[in-house]
Design a protein around this ligand. Structure first.
Ligand code: FAD
Length: 483
């Protein structure tokens, strides 16, 4: 990949312009005139430490007007830009590839309004997901998205990535929950569509392009989102199972018996739990080892009714031998403890230095087969082993089983071309054959850009390119990525 010569390089005059525009010292970090490379490093490196850019300028606007002036200036001067939220994305989309300017939204962190009756929240893009959810908890509501990176990711970043996460099974995708968007186009135009209506059939629904647009057509500065009432009764159970077939049977029973109170159904294979236990030095909730584990959450409004349903469900799946062993959380501390067995999986897998991550939608019957096929392939190639001479530690799978979304992960001691050659395009071809998606919820970024054709037709890709050219004719928004 080569730097696109159409883009200008940042000069000290540019820095001066931005300093005057943004005022505060801390709103502009630059390493052009002074050596601020340590300060700038975190904005140049992604969460997995897999992608590293060389930006010399980070801007932290505080208002939509400032974002507008930044983008207009960059567009006029052909300066390339990377929008950045909490920088927790997993496809290298949030860091520069070369010297693109990072526009980080962290100072746009105000909640603008919340309506107790409708449950509609309007907030700036830089609000941290957990902060938004805590605010909603005080108001007896819940953010319709939850994920392991909630303490760092921003709601604007979530929407830009169209994150799915742990609550999608119950509350659906951001394409349905986000009601309005405020965004800035590359030429500085402010798109003020902070609609607070559930129904609005007046023309093309343009906000949808920003949801999952990964910062390629503009910067999201605010969102309005429909938030459900917080459930007063929450139960979490964690099971051990002997096979993936048993996990499917448990899911089917959960849907049938827990029906409207089922709020999450997550899968972890035994290997992820073993790694988590080792890395975190943590005792797992169940004695012994099981090839598969599931975490089931219910949320409802009537504790007695929910408990009875969950109890009946458990008796049934244990009685039928679908579930081998299980535990139900007795209080909030135990709920958090059980959830941590799922939520801390991604960071545990990074323990050895690197991890190849594939986030895939696969028809449920074959969901886990890919993990086994990949493990067999890498093992046969002599790449998997317990000692340092082997690049690969293990091949594991976990994910949002309720959404048929598998996270195939290959924790490695180092990023290695030989491993990559055995993984790609193998994984993508495998998924294409089953009409799955090569990116279920993490997006394309730079990691998946070259592989979009495995999940989208030429016609679809051409239409996407037309949209990109229409919104961003000079191509300054998050270049080298997406399509
Ligand atoms: P960033 O990483 O900063 O950016 C993501 C993309 O959006 C980039 O392309 C960036 O350019 C763009 N962007 C950011 N902000 C804006 C903006 N305001 N306007 C326009 N473009 C913008 N994802 C899931 O879907 N489900 C999960 O369960 C899940 N679990 C995770 C667990 C962990 C531990 C981690 C580290 C990540 C997980 N993710 C998950 C990945 C997920 O995409 C991100 O965590 C999150 O949605 C990204 O938010 P962010 O603010 O960090 O965005």
């Amino acid at each position: 990949l080569k730097r696109d010569a159409r883009f200008a390089e940042v000069t000290s005059d540019d820095v001066k312009f931005f300093q005057e525009l943004l005022g505060s010292e801390s709103a502009v970090i630059e390493s052009i005139s002074k050596d601020a490379s340590d300060d700038i490093e975190p904005f140049n490196t992604d969460w997995m430490r897999k992608y590293r850019g060389h930006c010399k300028l980070v801007l932290k606007p505080e208002t939509t007007e400032q974002v507008s002036k930044i983008l207009k200036y960059c567009n006029d001067k052909s300066l390339a830009v990377v929008p950045q939220g909490g920088n927790t994305g997993l496809v290298g989309g949030s860091v520069p590839v070369f010297d693109e300017i990072v526009v980080n939204l962290q100072r746009m962190n105000k909640i603008r309004s919340f309506d107790q009756v409708s449950g509609i929240l309007v907030a700036e893009a830089g609000v941290i997901l957990e902060v938004a959810d805590n605010f909603l908890a005080e108001n007896n509501h819940i953010f319709p998205l939850d994920l392991g990176a909630k303490g760092s990711c921003q709601i604007g970043g979530n929407v830009a990535a169209n994150a799915g996460g742990l609550r999608l099974l119950r509350y659906g995708s951001l394409h349905g929950n986000v009601l309005g968007i405020e965004a800035v186009l590359p030429d500085g135009t402010i798109v003020d569509d902070l609609c607070k209506l559930r129904k609005n059939n007046t023309g093309y629904d343009l906000k949808q392009l920003f949801i999952g647009g990964e910062g390629t057509i503009g910067i999201i500065t605010g969102i309005s989102i429909l938030c459900p009432q917080r459930s007063s009764a929450i139960n979490v159970a964690y099971f051990g199972l002997e096979s993936f077939e048993a996990a499917q049977a448990a899911f089917k029973e959960a849907k049938g018996q827990l029906s409207e109170i089922l709020s999450a159904f997550e899968l972890m294979d035994g290997r992820t739990q073993k790694i988590l236990s080792y890395v975190k030095d943590k005792k797992l909730p169940l004695e012994g080892e099981h090839p598969f584990y599931c975490l089931v959450e219910t949320s409802g409004s009537n504790a007695e009714h929910d408990n009875e349903k969950l109890q009946n469900f458990l008796e049934h799946v244990m009685g039928e031998g679908i579930v081998t062993d299980g535990v139900v959380a007795q209080d909030q501390t135990q709920i958090n403890e059980l959830w941590s067995c799922r939520e801390t999986v991604p960071e545990s897998l990074g323990h050895w230095g690197g991890v190849y991550k594939y986030d895939l939608s696969i028809p449920i019957a074959e969901l886990y087969q890919l993990v086994e096929d990949t493990r067999e392939r890498l093992t046969k190639a002599g790449l998997v082993g317990e000692t340092d001479e082997y690049p690969v530690v293990d091949v594991v799978g976990y994910g949002h089983m309720g959404d048929s979304n598998l996270h195939l992960n290959v924790p490695t001691r180092r990023y290695d071309k030989e491993v990559e050659k055995h993984l790609e395009p193998f994984v993508y071809e495998w998924v294409q054959k089953r009409n799955g998606s090569i990116s279920a919820e993490h997006g394309l970024g730079i990691a998946k850009k070259a592989f979009i054709g495995y999940s989208r037709s030429d016609t679809m890709i051409r239409l996407m390119k037309q949209i990109k050219d229409l919104y961003d004719p000079k191509g300054i928004m998050n270049p080298y990525k997406y399509i």
